[in-house]
Design a protein around this ligand. Sequence first.
Ligand code: URA
Length: 195
Amino acid sequence: MHNKHAKLQSLADEIISQNVCPELAQSATQLVMGDGNPDASIVLIGEAPGKNEDEQGLPFVGASGRFLDEMLAAAGLVRNDIYITNIVKYRPPNNRDPSPSEKQAFWPYLARQLEIIDPTVIVTLGRHSMEFFLPKAKIGQVHGHAVRKRVAFHDGKEHEWLIMPLYHPAAALYNGSMRQTLIDDFLGVTQLIDK
Ligand code: URA
């Protein structure tokens, strides 16, 4: 446990010292590396920090985060039962979408973060994180369906992961029927773990 904490901390230090996305780093308050339990078997990956996340240094602490907590509660889980992070780890100005080059710049660090945690299932929240694992997938067709996928990482390394694509929790804030879809899909994640 402490070993994983230390490795994640040194990965965060590397992102800072290697000056990843210097413009985002400049405009953001701080790096938002991740939160929760690095020994968890479920890792959730969002898009990028928003205003609240940028201020607090923690992922999913705003409106999307409150709905995420409801999804967890429906499965009898709390934050400390999972680990949560984002593909892009600095807040993009005015909450714009992260650019392809920003996502690409953070990908090797996300890959290493996943190697450190070594979860049983990776839950992608929305298309920005899904596209790294399931580049051709359409979220409307694949959400809630887990797939085992070999993913090319960094340094020529490959890793096989169980990927569960979900809609982004923010979608539920604007579309009421999406709430139940997200909760049902998330219950599918916990059934995978129980198997
Ligand atoms: N949306 C995300 O994708 N990530 C966060 O951390 C907050 C909102």
